[in-house]
Design a protein around this ligand. Structure first.
Ligand SMILES: Cc1cc2nc3c(=O)[nH]c(=O)nc-3n(C[C@H](O)[C@H](O)[C@H](O)COP(=O)(O)O)c2cc1C
Length: 464
């Protein structure tokens, strides 16, 4: 049996990550190489010049504000999004011939078209999408592969379902003479129920072909689908998942489409089990979030690893914190947004806006509001005050978590750390609290059963 692995770029908010890395002076020069590879140099230079600061911005100075992504896309914003998605996929593909995917959240729709276009220009192999019903994505991939305009209906509160369409013509961004060919990537929908997988496997329900599914359970890091029964919470305020929320793998096999399973599978035996159940493979997140190469800020990674090693790591499925309305697995860590004192001392601000919700105004236009923005602003925009309770600014928090947090007059944006509920793998990879391991160690560990057949040795513990 062949062993194949695929790396997945987190595409959510990637334009902001790139814009800030450029303002840090492109440490290591990786972005420069990727910008040089963009097929339309004039446009790449425009984006580079708009954001790059030689030697990096002065410490303590804030990052330049990024224009918010609205219904009508500003050309400079579209160009930044295209370039950023290109750059990150290009870098992920550098130096090997393995496949690379990119994942997005269906909830964040406004940047959808330029982000997919940018990733496709870099030759992304798979687009993955969850946190919603991504039935419009296959059609976008087909249109862009034919170098034709694509459209995407925006979910707008108070509007009909097909009232507001975003449209993007690839030729308006990159003239055709600069593009040799755009291949149609595969599309994997991230789902948490058999019902959703069944629905999306029906070509009458989607705008094109879905090629596979990632079946993600509620213990996975990041956002998770809420349980079927949304009325039950445990004493810690976490949503309670029941029997009905467990994916029936027999039904998945019956669908006859490739599927991967995700959520607490980071153990060689779990992988063997999943394969025996008919899965094509597993998707892992937490084990890579804690490896040496991950972008998680060093101090946060060190402390999270220490807690995981000493079996003190506490991860809470917080149904409130994410403005998306989806439960979000939050590591309980002092100095981060999980600490009520930290949250209270933060001044609410919405200056990134990826997780804003679209709504229809009295004038019939599309506007956006975020339950994590200042309460008065949200209410003035027609939001309900109760929706603001317990909300965190994930846009700013997650940027701080990867060391790119904004500096305000009142201080630095605090981070928020997400991880899955099971970190038992740590004991197989390190043998003391300060131990560390590489992404390759993690892969060799996870794939040890499969690799044994080709004579590759299992991972050795603790590379301090
Ligand atoms: C730090 C972190 C960030 C994640 N970000 C995303 C994301 O942006 N998009 C996504 O689809 N899944 C995301 N995930 C979920 C992973 O893709 C994966 O499904 C999950 O981590 C698997 O479960 P595990 O955490 O038990 O390994 C994230 C997971 C972690 C740990």
């Amino acid at each position: 049996m062949g062993v194949k692995s695929m790396g997945v770029v987190s595409g959510t908010g990637i334009a902001l990550v790139v814009a800030r890395r450029l303002q840090e002076g492109d440490i290591g020069g990786h972005l420069r190489n990727a910008f040089d590879a963009f097929p339309y140099p004039e446009m790449a230079e425009r984006v580079w010049d708009a954001w790059y600061i030689e030697g990096g911005k002065r410490e303590g100075k804030p990052y330049k504000p990024i224009p918010m992504v609205n219904f009508k896309l500003r050309p400079d914003v579209a160009e930044l999004i295209v370039c950023a998605n290109f750059v990150e996929v290009w870098l992920a593909k550098e130096g090997h011939s393995g496949p690379i995917g990119i994942n997005y959240l269906e909830k964040i729709q406004a940047p959808r078209l330029p982000e997919i276009l940018g990733a496709m220009i870099a030759g992304v192999d798979v687009v993955l999408m969850g946190a919603g019903i991504p039935h419009q994505v296959p059609g976008v991939l087909d249109s862009f592969a034919a170098y034709k305009p694509a459209s995407y209906y925006l979910d707008v509160e108070g509007a009909e379902s097909r009232e507001f369409a975003m449209v993007l013509d690839p030729a308006s961004i990159v003239p055709e003479r600069f593009i040799e060919r755009l291949s149609r990537p595969a599309f994997f929908a991230i789902a948490s129920t058999n019902v959703l997988a069944q629905y999306l496997s029906d070509p009458r329900r989607t705008t094109g072909r879905v090629d596979g599914f990632i079946m993600e359970g509620p213990t996975a890091g990041g956002h998770n689908a809420p349980p079927r029964d949304r009325s039950k919470f445990n004493e810690r305020g976490e949503p309670v998942y029941g029997e009905k929320d467990v994916v029936d793998l027999r039904k998945m096999r019956q669908l006859g489409m490739p599927f991967w399973v995700a959520g607490s599978y980071a153990h060689p035996e779990k992988l063997v089990e999943a394969l025996a159940e008919g899965a094509t493979g597993c998707q892992f997140g937490s084990i890579f979030a804690l490896c040496q190469e991950s972008g998680l800020r060093d101090d946060l990674k060190r402390e999270t690893k220490r807690l995981a090693f000493s079996r003190q790591l506490d991860v809470v499925a917080d149904p409130k914190s994410s403005p998306s309305g989806f439960p979000f697995n939050v590591v309980q860590l002092s100095g981060t947004m999980s600490d009520p004192n930290v949250t209270e001392s933060r001044t609410r601000i919405c200056d990134i806006g990826y997780l804003r919700h679209a709504y229809k105004t009295d004038r019939g236009t599309v506007a956006f509001r975020c339950p994590s923005e200042p309460v008065d602003t949200f209410v003035n925009r027609g939001g309900k005050i109760e929706d603001t309770v317990g909300r965190q600014c994930l846009c700013n928090g997650l940027m701080a978590t990867v060391g790119l947090g904004q500096q305000h007059k009142w201080g630095q944006e605090p981070p928020i750390v997400t991880l899955g509920r099971n970190t038992d793998f740590i004991h197989d990879l390190i043998d003391n609290e300060q131990g560390c391991y590489s992404a390759m160690d993690a892969l060799l560990y996870l794939l040890q059963e499969q690799l044994q057949t080709v004579g590759v040795r299992a991972v050795s513990k603790s590379r301090v």
